[in-house]
Design a protein around this ligand. Structure first.
Ligand SMILES: C[S@@+](CC[C@H](N)C(=O)[O-])C[C@H]1O[C@@H](n2cnc3c(N)ncnc32)[C@H](O)[C@@H]1O
Length: 265
């Protein structure tokens, strides 16, 4: 694939249609050639690792995901979101789009940051989980949704690509709505290793198919276990992923290699 990140930054993994970079996204995003990326999907830190409890596999466990998910307060969280969204805007092509998923802990800051940084929100997708973990405290409703915002540059000439017909086909011949219902990530998608917040592949495949054409370049600045890359490769798109945890990039690399192997068979 064409090199769009400065050659001074060594790739953690490089293959024909995928590259992974280990490091801080704030540094690596700055090294991307402006206006070279067709679509960005980001699942940034939620800042919910506050020592609370949740339920996993029927057991009471800590909600803490890792040091990367600990917040420094409202102002710091919003500044964090504004900074990486600003860098993503520079990397995106004029007609490119960005999808950002989040929970109630960060999605309002993200929506605001998108508008402040020159994006126009196209859709507010609600991902409704069919098998959410139960609410142990029983003091509020069970959390069973996440939000995915889809946005384009707020420029009168910007025309985002939307594969309307494909989405209609996937929805049995009827217009697709903005509520997507489905299960949590299947164990079969975690065979290459576990990530605490791994997204299901069906969600990312829908996003990739809806907003990109074959061969286009997808970037994920917080790629974790590489779900976006897996979807991009399965749909014959190119992929660049960044994460600052080597153990997660190892999972990403194994998943991408497995798909490339399947595609060669
Ligand atoms: C919510 S997880 C993404 C999970 C991913 N969507 C998946 O399906 O596996 C966020 C990821 O961002 C990474 N991260 C947090 N801060 C980062 C930073 N400043 N630079 C690069 N990666 C970062 C974490 O290591 C974590 O893997």
């Amino acid at each position: 694939m064409d090199r769009i990140i400065s050659s001074r930054i060594k790739a953690f993994y490089a293959a024909e249609s995928a590259e992974l970079f280990l490091g801080d996204s704030f540094k690596i995003l700055q090294k991307i050639k402006p206006e070279t990326v067709d679509m960005i999907f980001a699942d940034p830190p939620y800042f919910l690792s506050n020592d609370g409890i949740t339920c996993k596999g029927g057991k009471m466990v800590s909600v803490n995901k890792g040091a990367w998910d600990q917040g420094g307060g409202l102002k710091a969280k919003h500044e964090f979101n504004r900074r990486w969204i600003r860098l993503c805007r520079k990397a995106l092509k004029p007609n490119g789009t960005i999808w950002i998923s989040g929970t109630l802990h960060n999605i309002y800051s993200i929506g605001m940051a998108l508008e402040q940084e020159g994006f126009k929100i196209i859709n507010n997708i609600t991902w409704q989980k069919t098998n959410p973990p139960p609410n142990l405290a029983c003091r509020c409703f069970t959390h069973s949704t996440e939000t995915v915002l889809w946005a384009r540059k707020d420029d009168r000439n910007a025309k985002n690509f939307f594969n309307y017909e494909k989405m209609k086909e996937l929805n049995g011949g009827r217009q697709m709505k903005d509520v997507w219902t489905g299960g949590l990530t299947k164990p079969s998608e975690k065979k290459e290793g576990r990530h605490p917040t791994q997204k299901p592949e069906y969600l990312l495949e829908k996003i990739v198919l809806a907003s990109t054409r074959v061969g286009e370049l997808v970037l994920d600045p917080f790629c974790g276990s590489g779900t976006t890359g897996a979807a991009a490769l399965r749909c014959s798109r190119q992929f660049i992923g960044i994460d600052n945890e080597e153990a997660y990039l190892d999972i990403s690399r194994r998943r991408l290699e497995k798909i490339r192997h399947e595609q060669r068979l």
